[in-house]
Design a protein around this ligand. Structure first.
Ligand code: GLN
Length: 326
């Protein structure tokens, strides 16, 4: 019985390795964003993945242990934290939950919509608003609560990549423009520069794919941490986050995510993707019928800002293991 399980796990690992090899080359077509110069140090064709199940079964392939910065994936974490700290109704007064179809750093809808209310917490405008809502007057306090919350999820106090933080903070003129506009329309609390500083630093928090997979797993279990056996946040919040992941998680490629992958996922411009796969017993090819989390890293991104090879890998995984929720 034990041997059979080991054989099965090996077979899944082999599949994962094969799919990484098959999709890795897409990285050559990708690029890096020019406004965070330090991200350019990454290796274009790196591709790594971790898949983690409820019983702790963990499968890895490729450069799964490489550390990289969260970037936009942090938006999901601060949104949950703001809901925990301030309550969902207060948060909803400041951000909506509607997809935009625009690039993540677009400014155009801010003036057109409800006198400046950001469409959702996953575009930059909404995420900067959320950073401003975190409890604490100064950057340190707000950021400490983000790190504390991440520690509850991943079991380690993550560290901030100072170099990446500085390289973005120096030339983030568009994010500054968004933040000052939000202040003018009343959708940013406290000091503008504090909210921005928290935002740039949360984007520079480092994780690897195993930690992303664990975060995905917790979301797939509606906020319940299967290893520490603690409910970290309400089921209601987890469901909103997953809805946001599916409708806004890959920026203006989210429709394609829903159509061709069918798994709630969130990406960042450093090439990370986290996905939350719900429990589903009806599919025979799915190795994780009780749900799983997926963490992917592939640093070269497409023109929309999503990992080029990473999205291909996620699509293949979803297709082969029949993880599509629809
Ligand atoms: N730090 C990046 C920014 O604010 C994050 C964007 C992203 O990952 N899409 O532009």
């Amino acid at each position: 019985m034990q041997n059979q399980l080991l054989d099965q796990k090996q077979a899944w690992s082999d599949q994962l390795n094969q799919w990484v090899q098959e999709t890795q080359h897409f990285g050559e077509k990708g690029n890096f964003v020019d406004y965070i110069p330090d991200l350019i140090d990454a290796n274009r064709t790196d591709l790594g993945v971790t898949v983690m199940g409820m019983d702790g079964t963990t499968l890895h392939a490729g450069q799964w242990s490489t550390y990289f910065t969260l970037q936009s994936i942090s938006k999901m974490i601060t949104f949950i934290l703001a809901c925990l700290q301030r309550g969902l109704s207060t948060v909803m007064e400041f951000v909506d939950v509607e997809p935009t179809g625009d690039p993540f750093n677009s400014i155009i809808r801010l003036e057109a919509n409800h006198q400046g209310k950001p469409f959702n917490p996953f575009i930059n405008a909404g995420a900067i608003t959320i950073s401003s809502l975190l409890v604490g007057e100064h950057t340190e306090e707000k950021l400490e609560s983000v790190i504390d919350f991440m520690e509850l999820m991943i079991g380690r106090r993550p560290h901030i990549n100072e170099k990446v933080y500085r390289s973005e903070e120096k030339i983030a003129f568009r994010n500054r423009a968004l933040a000052y506009f939000l202040k003018e329309t009343g959708y940013l609390e406290g000091e503008v520069e504090t909210a921005l500083d928290v935002y740039f630093r949360q984007c520079a928090i480092e994780v690897n794919t195993t930690e992303l997979a664990l975060i995905g797993l917790i979301l797939s279990q509606d906020g319940y941490h299967p290893f520490t056996k603690k409910q970290l946040f309400e089921e209601k919040i987890a469901k909103i986050v997953k809805a946001l992941m599916l409708t806004c998680g890959l920026y203006n490629a989210s429709g394609k995510l829903a159509a061709f992958v069918g798994i709630p996922a969130k990406s960042g411009v450093s090439g990370g993707i986290v996905a939350a796969v719900p429990a589903r017993n009806c599919k025979s090819k799915n190795p994780f019928p009780d749900g799983c989390g997926i963490g992917i890293y592939g640093p070269a991104i497409d023109s929309i800002g999503n990992s080029y090879a990473g999205t291909k890998l996620l699509q293949q995984l979803s297709r082969e293991w029949e993880l599509n929720i629809f």
